[in-house]
Every structure is written in structure tokens, then in C-alpha cells.
Design a protein around this ligand. Sequence first.
Ligand code: NDP
Length: 325
Amino acid sequence: PHGTLTVCITGGAGQISYSLLPLIASGEVFGHEQPIELRLLDIKPALEALNGVVMELHDCSFPLLRGIVATDDPMVAFRHADVAVLAGSFPRRPGMERRELLAKNVNIFKAHGHALDQVASKNVKIVVVGNPSNTNALVLSHFAPSIPKGNITALTRLDHNRTVSQVALRTGVSVNDVDGVAIWGNHSATQYPDMTRATAKGELAMPMLGGRKVVAEEIIPCIQKRGAAVLKARGFSSAMSAANAIGDHLRSWLMGDSKIVSMAVASDGSYHVKAGVYFSFPVRCVGGGEYEIVQGIELGEFSRKYVSATTEELFAEREEALSLL
Ligand code: NDP
């Protein structure tokens, strides 16, 4: 018998939340026998919209949904939370300086870190989605010292899924037949979608993809700029695929995954990335919220230059965020 799982989503009235809620409440993420209590957090001006979302959740009549709390108080939203999806963050406005954006978000993740530290389950599993997500995760962990750093992650699964899909489309196999891709570093334009060890139906994909030149000049930029391409085409951001990736991230992390996936996790010196940032690595999820960074990958010269660039960017973001605390 399963106890009820308390799942908190911040930015509850936002686009990502709107696509994520049916996945969670229907049992697609935590299993079809896992009862769920939802906590939806948003800011005061969004509470009316949030109320509309609550009405729709009731109208879906999800059998697993045991309760819904909608609030603008983090202390209420995070109380005894088992899982927290942090999608509420300050959006980049035209003409806004990077530092200004970071400052706004430092304050949000400071407040949310404090609240999680005080009222969430000590075993809470947190995924940060709001950008700059890796650095927001770092700020959060700084202000939530009682939550193990390993319980805090940031989302790079959408980048991972995009890479799997590009390899599948370009080699003519199904996504199930693709393995061995990884996202390294920051969830930003410097992320490194690594296809050097990718396989399609067990065969090395690089030659089928057209070799290093095509990968470097075409495929990597396609993945790095995919969010902007969707935004341009649709006029709205890629909320559906982001929500789907959050579902995948949580399912792999909590239930385990036979494939290696990508998550931004606290760096521990693996691959010369010093401790102190949240960095996307290939990870093996063994279930029950346990994971390990895959060790022993030989990063060739081609990969190393991308990994150093994204590492440098993350440490620079870290300095900037720390100077704002
Ligand atoms: P979305 O729900 O579309 O996105 C939420 C966050 O996820 C954004 O920071 C966005 O970053 C990030 N994100 C990460 N990956 C992706 C992706 N692939 N596609 C799209 N977004 C991605 O934003 P909305 O504006 O619809 O909703 C935001 C919610 O947050 C609102 O409900 C708002 O009220 C709330 N909010 C809360 C604040 C607070 O807690 N103090 C402050 C401001 C807003 P990016 O912007 O870079 O796309």
C-alpha cells in the first residue's frame, strides 16, 4: 500500500505547470497506484488564474488525486513536501541585464530554500526548472542546509531528450534504439549535447550523423538553440516538452531507469568539475531517489573544449550569484 505523495509545483499557474499537472495527477510519473496530494504555489497576482487550474483539476476527476492546496505562501506549499518542482521564476524581460535577472531569481530561490529547509520532508526530492536553473539550484541549496545536496537537481532532461530525438531522426531508428547520449554542464547555450558515444541500434552513431564536422556545425547548435526555435515558431515557449521532460526526470530519479540519463547534480570533482556548482552529468538512476554520476568516460579533445567552456560559465555564474547574496 502506498501512502500519499505530496508534490509541490511552484509557478503553479504557469505554462509548464499546466502541461505537467495532468501527467502527475494521472499517474504517468509516479505510477498508477500512487495517490498524490498537490500543492500549487504562485504569486498573489496569479492566484485567480491558479484557482482556474484548480477547477480544471477537479473537473478531470483524477482517481489518484487526494487533495489540492493552492497558495501564495511557501511555508504552506512546501509543508511535508516529498517532491518539489520549482518552475516559478522571474522571466527575462526585453532589455533586462543578466545580473538583474539573476538578482530577481536569487531572491526567489533564497526564499524557497529557507521554506523548504524549515518545512519540507528532509528526504524531499527537488528539481529546479526556472532559469538560470543550475545556479538557482545552487542558491537554493545554500539556503537549505538541512536538505542533502544530492536531493537537489536541475533539469537538463529536455536537452537530453532533444539529443536522443535528433540522433533517432537523423539515423532513421526509433528513440528506443538510441543510447549513450549525455548533456554536460549548464542548461544554457553553452550546454554540451554529447553524441560521441551515441549508438543507434547498437552501432556507433557518429559516422551515420555525418561525422564531427556536421555534429559540431549543425546538430549541437540545433539542440542548443532548440528552445528559441520553438518560441519563434509557436510564439510561446516549449512548455509541453519541458513538462514531459520533468515527468521523465522524476520518473527516472524516483523509480530508476535502465538507460543512462542526464541530470544537473551537485558536482563532486568528477571530470575535473570542482565541487560548488550544479552540473549536468550522465547519471545512472538506480531507483528510490538514488543516482550516481557515471564514471570512467574518456572525454576526447572534441568533447573537452565544450565541457571546459560550460564549466567556466557555471563558475562565473556562481561568483555572480554569491556576490548578490
Ligand atoms: P513557464 O511555466 O513557461 O516557465 C517557467 C520557468 O521555466 C521559466 O523560468 C522558464 O525559463 C523555465 N524553463 C526552463 N526550461 C524551459 C523550457 N524548455 N521551456 C519553457 N520554459 C522553460 O513560464 P510562465 O511565465 O508561464 O510561468 C511562470 C510562473 O512563475 C507564473 O505562474 C508566475 O506567476 C510565476 N512567477 C513566480 C515568481 C515568484 O515565485 N516570485 C516570480 C515570477 C513569476 P525562461 O523564462 O528562460 O523560458
